[in-house]
Design a protein around this ligand. Structure first.
Ligand code: HEC
Length: 120
């Protein structure tokens, strides 16, 4: 009799575990979907590193003075785009603009974003 009681108890515990998994997991996904959007942190402008990145990867399309060429002018991009828009464009690319997700580290992405944002 107590054997049945114990297995009943275990079954209930298992069902409760499954219930928790089923209800708790979608909750977490919701948090990920509706959580606060990514915000580029406030960083000091690192012109030296940024110019190195720019010269290596961006100059061919955006020009040596950010005046543009194959890509648009970036000399005043800080007043046209938010840091978040800049970050996303550089990271993910857009039409003729290549994605730099794989070629730049997160730090480098944030560095060049902050530098471009300072060009108002
Ligand atoms: C192969 C050429 C090419 C390279 C290399 C390139 N870009 Fe671009 N970039 C473009 C083009 C083309 C666009 C316009 C995309 C569009 O029309 O949606 C663009 C758009 C942008 C924009 C948005 C400008 C706007 O006015 O909307 C930013 C910011 C930008 N590039 C930054 C960079 C940075 C930073 C690098 C180097 C890490 C880089 N680009 C390298 C071609 C390039």
């Amino acid at each position: 009799m107590s054997k049945w009681f114990m297995s009943g108890l275990i079954a209930v515990a298992c069902l409760f575990g499954v219930y928790l998994l089923a209800t708790a997991l979608p909750d977490k996904e919701e948090v990920a979907d509706n959580g606060p959007a990514f915000v580029v942190p406030e960083l000091a402008v690192d012109a030296e590193t940024s110019e190195q990145i720019y010269q290596a990867l961006c100059i061919s399309c955006h020009g040596d003075q950010l005046q543009g060429g194959a890509g648009p002018e970036l000399a005043h991009i800080g007043s046209a785009m938010t840091k978040e828009q800049l970050y996303k464009t550089i990271k993910e690319g857009r039409r003729g603009m290549p994605a730099f997700e794989k070629r730049l580290t997160e730090d480098e992405l944030l560095t060049i974003t902050t530098w471009l944002a300072s060009h108002e």
